[in-house]
Design a protein around this ligand. Sequence first.
Ligand SMILES: [Zn+2]
Length: 408
Amino acid sequence: MRAAVLLICAFAASACAEKLFHGNQVLRTFPDEQQREFLHSIAEDYDFDFWGEAPGQVDIHVPRIYSPIVQVLLNRNMIKYEMFIEDLQENIDAQADRFRAEQRDLSSFSYNVYHTFDEVDAWIDNMAAAYSDIVSIFTVGTSYEGQAFRGLKFSRGSNNPAFYINCGLHAREWVGPSTCIYAAKYLAEAQPGSDEYTMLQSVDFYLTPVSNPDGYRYTWNGDRMWRKTRSDNNKRCMGVDPNRNWDVNWSGEGASSNPCNDAYYGPSVFSEVEVTSQRDMVMSIPNVKAYIDIHAYSQLWMWPWGYTSLAPADKSLLNQMGLDSVAAIKAVHGQTYEQGQISRVIYQASGSSADWFYQNGITCSWAAELRDTGRYGFTLPERYIQPTAEEAWAGIKVIASYIQTGQC
Ligand SMILES: [Zn+2]
């Protein structure tokens, strides 16, 4: 298949700057707080990025050329580590067949493969056409590169409270969009008597599978490990972290001023059109009672605040919902998800969407990290899409049940 890429490259050099990851490694390190700071201090020198971070556990992606020296530095600083991914390009190639035939209609659409942006966009039209009695399309906005991006609204009632489910804010977290797509399938195909059918009579669902379209497309044709938007800020590096760009303690703890950092908060608050589009879309919906921003990986189900370790006013409600959600998730395939306040489960993170919507009146505001716990990380193979979507849906239904009972 690589030959096919080279052939295409010969004819369209501009489209062929695909970044390769041969020999790059992902290490799970086990640093204490001081050692974690040390890792951050050397990250730029050795060109590594952080995949996942939680107290006592940090996953780093190290380029092949720096891998030996980074391992020496880890040993010298007594930082324990484990090799999680030996050759990232092998994982990427094994994750999905990116050269399969396009799936542009519902009959050929497989829910168990990862999809390009164009396939998702065609699927949105097809779903709205096939289930026009309950499904309608909404446009969230137009991306920095000029791509309109859309979502699906599901409703069987009128003036129902709404639940907004956002996926794909971080481009490389492919299982997120796949999970949103599965959620739409569950709602669309629900038969009378099912939970989903009953829920739809009292709750409207809004789903956006790909909320960072430029970044997502770039993970298919440029850099599989891209996380940010693709805005050009006339800086050394492109893109802004769309989950650090919101007006909640913007530019504070847990966000970076460095444009080359994956957690770059941007040149100004709400600088990213994908972020303001989502903000305006959600706020334009009357009666939104719940919001969830779906990410990967780490298996976490989290509530505000991210920017501070102070507890939110609705802590006891959110904590109970979290406990109910992770129990429902576990019941599906036995997977353990941890629930809790963002800043306590992972680290302080300023300028995130869940915090912003919570601060602006959506009491049941969530941030989820789906599978896995790091063995594959962002290269989660396609065979895990379905079980991941099934258990995530169980957690999402718990939140919907809190809307139904009027607790959100
Ligand atoms: Zn993410």
